[in-house]
Design a protein around this ligand. Structure first.
Ligand code: NAX
Length: 327
């Protein structure tokens, strides 16, 4: 049987954590033959630490055969020890009336500390997914704070946007979501992201030709996908949790186990592809094989797409400039 892998999860007592941990422990992320060790981090505050204990009691009560060990932590230096995978879910999202500078400063502190801790104690191959918002910039901060780890191992979650786009396209075309190929989302995990179905196919047929409605693309599809998070909050009274956890599972599973040539979207540090400045944590179309992702290159970027990519890139560059003094 396989050697257990260590999976660190931050924000483990939060609502995404609650939708995520049980699925990791049941083998949905890394496979039904992969034993796991969970290393769970919460803030060193009584309430969240107590809530984390409660979640762990429930995980115990599932008697998951693949779960060989589980520990609770309040310090990233112990939580990330020898971690093979790290899912950084806990962060400080923007609250009502919160200034941008304040948001960046609070998260700058969290993700510089966590990047440094990963750098110091995690496996040298640790694969990191940042879910906590602003996800791309938080991933960038962690990457820059971990100079001894491969920069390519730091990623941000664009998969929820990708899955939301797939679901909207399935509804529009009346086709099965599972049959959609070659869809991607460019840029920042924010309403500026650019969901792009120009290359997408269903059963080998072009989605763009099937839909053939640029007005729908620009004025219905893109705003619907971009504002989906806000629509969920409006309807449910709290932000996306199970769908976010599901996207995190998809992201890590595909990265670790491969996509068989299928495109998925990951937020990854640019190597300069498509004119995106190097190191920018940007949503790109990728395929995964043998535990590595590879950008799908050579796609044509038309004028509409370039304009959309420029908008989301400008937003990310602004965030990057806002944290430059921390790094
Ligand atoms: P919750 O507020 O329910 O849970 C967050 C948990 O993180 C809390 O228990 C908190 O104590 C903990 N935490 C905060 N700072 C921490 C730190 N430094 N170390 C360890 N734990 C820490 O939020 P939840 O709904 O679970 O969302 C978590 C994050 O995901 C938020 O930043 C949210 O904005 C972000 N999201 C990102 C998405 C994406 O697609 N990338 C989509 C869903 C979600 O909105």
């Amino acid at each position: 049987s396989k050697k257990p892998v260590r999976i660190a999860v931050t924000g483990a007592a939060g609502q995404i954590g609650y939708a995520l941990l049980f699925r990791i422990a049941s083998g949905e992320m890394l496979g039904k033959d992969q034993p796991v060790i969970l290393q769970l981090l919460e803030v060193p505050v009584e309430g969240p630490q107590k809530a984390l204990k409660g979640v762990m009691m429930e995980i115990d009560d599932c008697a998951f055969p693949l779960l060989v060990e589980m520990t609770a932590h309040s310090d990233p230096m112990t939580a990330f020890k020898d971690a093979d995978y790290a899912l950084l879910v806990g962060s400080r999202p923007r609250g009502p009336g919160m200034e941008r500078a304040e948001l960046l400063a609070v998260n700058g502190a969290i993700f510089t500390a966590q990047g440094k801790a990963l750098n110091a104690v995690a496996s040298r191959d640790v694969r990191v997914l940042v879910v906590g918002n602003p996800a791309n910039t938080n991933a960038y901060i962690a990457m820059k704070s971990a100079p001894d780890l491969p920069a390519k191992n730091f990623t941000a979650m664009l998969r929820l946007d990708h899955n939301r786009a797939a679901s909207q396209i399935a509804a529009k075309t009346g086709k099965a979501v599972a049959d959609i190929e070659k869809l991607t989302v460019w840029g920042n995990h924010s309403p500026t992201m650019y969901a792009d179905y120009r290359f997408a196919t269903i059963g080998g047929e072009s989605v763009a030709q099937m839909i053939n409605d640029q007005e729908w693309n620009a004025n219905v599809f893109l705003p619907t996908v971009g504002k989906r998070g806000a629509a969920i909050i409006e309807a449910r009274g709290s932000s996306s949790a199970a769908s976010a956890a599901n996207a995190a599972i998809d992201h890590m599973r595909d990265w670790a186990l491969g996509t068989n040539g299928k495109w998925v979207t990951m937020g990854i540090p640019s190597g300069g592809e498509y004119g995106i400045p190097a190191e920018t944590m940007f949503g790109f179309p990728v395929t995964c094989e043998n535990g590595e992702y590879k950008i799908v290159e050579g796609l044509e970027i038309d004028a509409f797409s370039q304009e959309r990519i420029n908008i989301t890139l400008a937003e990310l560059e602004g965030e990057k400039a806002g944290v430059a003094h921390l790094l």
